[in-house]
Design a protein around this ligand. Structure first.
Ligand SMILES: CC(C)(COP(=O)(O)OP(=O)(O)OC[C@H]1O[C@@H](n2cnc3c(N)ncnc32)[C@H](O)[C@@H]1OP(=O)(O)O)[C@@H](O)C(=O)NCCC(=O)NCCS
Length: 184
């Protein structure tokens, strides 16, 4: 079974639990600015957070879905969340960080950690994510983590906090050989 935690220089990524609900709600889930370019809508109460966690928490035997909360080592604060879906040869992720912790390198650090984690899974050849074309912070974070923009997918998906119209996204990816040039 795949170990389900990731450690980076300043963070522990561990599976979420219902006990995290208050920290998630207070930290970012009710924040419209965090939610603008994600696929969930801002939580109106902690009941929404528990309902979200019912889906986000997954069976630890499930080798295709890896949800994490990001915990800062220095003080144990929950600063964000990450989700990796594995469908060899691809793995796809999404992520968000609470606003007070933006632009301090935590996004880049956690994406790097998740990419390494994904390539530790046999059969994964490519790690990818899409972001709304106006989500400059996400695009920049993925670039800093070594991912390459492979293009603009026009009218690719709807974002619930933007409206009904299908939106353009950028597709970012890194392959196993780019990540580890010897192919390991
Ligand atoms: C995307 C996100 C996780 C990045 O996390 P983070 O911890 O701030 O990332 P980092 O600090 O590692 O890097 C952010 C980079 O984006 C840059 N940036 C921030 N806002 C930007 C903007 N509007 N346009 C372009 N670049 C921007 C920062 O300057 C930094 O780059 P730099 O180090 O070269 O200066 C965070 O912004 C977030 O949670 N956003 C809301 C949720 C979201 O959109 N998730 C992604 C869905 S695809």
């Amino acid at each position: 079974m795949t170990a389900r935690t990731i450690t980076t220089a300043r963070l522990l990524l561990r599976p979420p639990a219902h006990q995290d609900a208050q920290a998630i709600y207070d930290g970012y889930a009710r924040d419209h600015d965090v939610a603008r370019y994600v696929l969930w809508t801002p939580h109106r109460s902690i009941t929404d957070t528990h309902a979200f966690l019912d889906h986000f928490i997954c069976d630890e035997q499930d080798e295709r879905s890896f949800p994490w909360v990001m915990i800062r080592d220095a003080d144990g604060v929950l600063i964000g969340a990450m989700h990796l879906r594995v469908e060899p040869p691809r793995a796809d992720f999404g992520f968000n960080i609470a606003r007070p912790y933006w632009n301090q390198g935590y996004g880049t650090e956690s994406v790097r950690g998740v990419i390494a984690f994904a390539f530790s899974i046999p059969g994964v050849e490519r790690v990818q994510a899409v972001c709304h074309v106006d989500n400059g912070a996400s695009a920049r974070t993925m670039e800093k983590a070594g991912m390459v923009c492979e293009g603009r997918l026009r009218r690719y998906m709807r974002f619930p906090n933007i409206g009904d119209e299908a939106q353009d996204v950028f597709l970012y990816a890194v392959t196993r050989t780019e990540h580890s040039p010897l192919g390991g």
